[in-house]
Ligand binder design. Structure first.
Ligand SMILES: [Zn+2]
Length: 130
């Protein structure tokens, strides 16, 4: 995973706090090269996130134009660890997508990545590259 993508996600998380931020992970299934901010369309953005459907659509179109794909979503937990919440489990719906979570409760922030497989989040180890 590109260091620049992680840095962008953490910066977005800090700027959006105390709300949760969200966005798109762009790349291939093996390599996230960029993060693209999206509007959090949730009515209660302090406790959950909903990636704005238009931002998701636009992100997919722009990624394809670069020979890439949207391979997942990221979002932040302003006050809790980087682990899927009950709400995340209930609302995640894109099987095979990566779900990256930034937890701002710790300093430096925690970053963890999960793959949704048949409705279950499986943690995916990752390395950060320049
Ligand atoms: Zn969450």
């Amino acid at each position: 995973m590109a260091r620049a993508a992680i840095d962008a996600v953490v910066a977005h998380a800090r700027a959006a706090a105390p709300d949760e931020c969200c966005g798109l992970l762009i790349g291939t299934t093996d390599d996230i090269v960029a993060a693209r901010p999206a509007w959090n369309a949730a009515d209660d953005a302090r406790r959950r996130y909903v990636v704005d459907p238009k931002d998701h659509f636009d992100g997919r179109r722009d990624a394809r134009a670069r020979g890439l794909e949207v391979v997942g979503f990221y979002h932040s937990h302003p006050r809790s660890p980087a682990a899927p919440s009950e709400t995340d489990r209930a609302e995640a719906s894109y099987d095979d997508y990566l779900y990256l979570i930034v937890g701002l409760a710790a300093e430096p922030p925690q970053v963890a990545c999960f793959r949704l497989e048949r409705g279950n989040f499986l943690e995916v180890p990752f390395v950060t590259v320049a």
